[in-house]
Design a protein around this ligand. Sequence first.
Ligand code: ZN
Length: 253
Amino acid sequence: MLIDIYTIILLFITGILFGFINRIIALKLPLKKREFACSCDKCNNKYKWYELIPLVSYILQKGECPYCKKHLSFVYQFLDILSGLLYALSYIIYGFSYEMLIMLILTNLSILIYISDFKYYIILDEPLIIYSLILLILKFIFFGFKTFLISVCSGLIIFIFMYIIRLIGNKLFNQESIGGGDIKLSMFFGFTLGVRLSIISLIIGSFLAFPYAVYYSISNTNKEIPFGPFLITGLFIVFVFMEPIRNILFILF
Ligand SMILES: [Zn+2]
């Protein structure tokens, strides 16, 4: 497979731009505000377009708001770069293929969930529905109706499975065990990976969340823990390492 350096650079820049767009959606959509203008968290001044160029503006403004001079978080810039890197990697690993398109979807969804779940404790329905539809259409185009139907059923099975776990968890712990958003996200896992690999990715996601959950419940009075970012990272890991994981499953079962 021939890998073209210009395509890699183009995808890296596209990824950074999409990271930025996803960041705005994740920050603004939960507030149900009509205007999507970007403003400073601290002084509320609206930024001009040239103060918003991902990474470039941050460096030129030395990481400060140009109006109130307060320090701006580097986390969002990091997520922009991560988005760019994952876009470029999707092409380097898979070339132009179905897998590459899925990795782009996973990247977009991850950035959205990292921000909205950590900041507002929610997983947005709209992007999840849109990406689920795109994913199922891609399954139909690349693999035909049978695979499409199996994917839909797998999603529904995982949804019901997680719903039952939630009911049991709620009874056992006498409080909400798994958030509604996490259950809807798990359905997306089923669409993407099928039943068996979805369960593996949910287990990996839970393991990733465990240290954070322990630390968080000790240091915080708020009982809500954002599981979405860990779950989608688990999905990412299983998607990228699908072949070795399948081989291990084959040997074990
Ligand atoms: Zn400011």
